[in-house]
Design a protein around this ligand. Structure first.
Ligand SMILES: NC(=O)c1ccc[n+]([C@@H]2O[C@H](COP(=O)([O-])OP(=O)(O)OC[C@H]3O[C@@H](n4cnc5c(N)ncnc54)[C@H](O)[C@@H]3O)[C@@H](O)[C@H]2O)c1
Ligand SMILES: [Zn+2]
Ligand SMILES: [Zn+2]
Length: 402
């Protein structure tokens, strides 16, 4: 079968690889109809997380079940399903508590399994014609409709970025009637903005430097795009919300200007953040965290949904290479800000979000920019890695001829 494999930093190729097969009675085989390329794939693409030549990428997987093992009960050949990017067992200490991002069974060397990702266990990725699905009963989310229908792209986003964006709003305690700021207008930032809108946030600010991404953010009702190129994003947001905040805070005696910022802040950028002054350059990996500590009001919450790795061979300093990032802990403590971080447990949200999509309450695929056969992956990775204008979300159609 054909698959997207990693060759060397900044190079992937589409080649014939060994067919997948079931190794456990609880497995299934999925025939992919759509596989997404994710911002997280870029960490491996660039060689910033250890990856071996020949590894198959792909953790956003949607398709039709081809075959199931003798122990699978609730899924059968012909079912249309989407998989969480997490691979989880459903019965370990963490899975039963809902923390499928930290499954203790599916990764022999650590907690947390995932498809097509270095460090997340031996699970091949789905940017390929077929994929082995462990613990198929637990990991498959069944979908209505038929492959290639109007909801194909929306359903694909249930594998990662929509539940991940939703999780960011949970980590940041986004509440109806409260303001939120999101740094990064990539797929995760946009899905966090959509989730904040669905939850009824009063104001949604989305910060980035890429014009076409900010334009997409503007399409989400109630969202104000903030361009890094127009100056300090914290000042811009405080200035923008001043008329509103003064109106409401003046109703609360003694409050004055003590709460000029937002109640929830989301870092949807991670350790590869660009510097404000030199957009496109990474010299200050905790740039976004610094901004959020300044911007979030006392008693507010911050979500670090963007990735920070414990090891980063491409880090800008010895500290960054070891996953140590400085930030204003004192200010954060004084304000009593809660900070949450880590990988999203997709399964905690994906069926509810599926039902919102089916009910027509949201259409997350509004920002999908490209549909390509597998053979389009090498060029698409290159452009997406450069954050090239217009390359926002690339979906591969593995059954489509080149
Ligand atoms: N926690 C999880 O479970 C999870 C899941 C999926 C993705 N992620 C991570 O979320 C992050 C975002 O993913 P994505 O797919 O949207 O990636 P992306 O790279 O497409 O988006 C990041 C965006 O941040 C912008 N940016 C860079 N520096 C900035 C700065 N200083 N201020 C504001 N914006 C800045 C870039 O222009 C880009 O648009 C990545 O780190 C990814 O690995 C985490
Ligand atoms: Zn991802
Ligand atoms: Zn488990």
């Amino acid at each position: 079968m054909r698959a997207v494999i990693w060759k060397e930093p900044h190079k992937v190729a589409v080649e014939e690889v060994e067919d997948v097969s079931m190794t456990e009675p609880t497995d299934a085989i999925l025939r992919l109809t759509t596989a997404g390329i994710c911002g997280s794939d870029l960490h491996m693409y660039e060689g910033r997380t250890p990856v071996q030549p020949g590894e198959v990428f792909g953790h956003e997987n949607l398709g039709v079940i081809e075959e199931v093992g003798s122990g699978v009960r609730t899924v059968e050949a012909g079912d249309r399903v989407v998989l969480p990017f997490n691979v989880s067992c459903g019965f370990c200490f963490n899975c039963v508590r809902g923390y499928t991002n930290a499954c203790l069974v599916t990764n022999p060397t650590s907690h947390g399994g995932g498809f097509g990702y270095s460090g997340l266990g031996p699970h091949r990725g789905g940017q390929a014609e077929f994929l082995r699905v462990p613990y198929a009963d637990f990991n498959c989310l069944k979908l209505p409709g038929t492959p290639g229908d109007d909801l194909e792209d929306d359903f694909l986003l249930l594998a990662d970025v929509f539940p991940t964006g939703w999780h960011a709003t949970e980590q940041a305690h986004v509440e109806a009637g409260e303001p939120v700021a999101i740094f990064g207008a990539g797929p995760v930032g946009l899905m966090a903005a959509l989730s904040a809108r669905l939850k009824g946030a009063s104001e949604i600010y989305v910060v980035d430097a890429v014009r076409s991404r900010l334009d997409k953010a503007r399409e989400i009702e109630g969202t104000v795009p903030i361009d890094l190129g127009d100056g300090d994003p914290v000042e811009q947001i405080i200035e923008h919300r001043r008329p509103f905040s003064q109106q409401v805070w003046n109703l609360r005696p003694g409050s004055g200007d003590k709460m000029p910022g937002v109640m929830s802040g989301i870092d949807a950028v991670g350790y590869e953040a660009w510097n404000d002054e030199h957009v496109g350059e990474e010299q200050h990996p905790s740039q976004v965290l610094d901004h959020l500590v300044e911007l979030v009001n006392p008693t507010g919450h911050i979500s670090l949904i963007g990735v920070y790795f414990p090891e980063d061979p491409g880090g800008v300093s010895e500290e960054a290479k070891r996953g140590r990032f400085g930030f204003d802990l004192g200010a954060c403590w004084k304000k009593g800000i809660g900070v949450e971080m880590g990988q999203a447990p997709v399964k905690a949200y994906n069926q509810q979000l599926r039902d919102l999509i089916v009910a027509g309450r949201c259409k997350p695929s509004f920002f999908v920019s490209h549909h390509l056969p597998l053979e389009g992956a090498p060029e698409a990775y290159e452009k997406f890695d450069q954050r090239a204008d217009g390359y926002l979300k690339i979906l591969l159609r593995p059954q489509q001829a080149a």
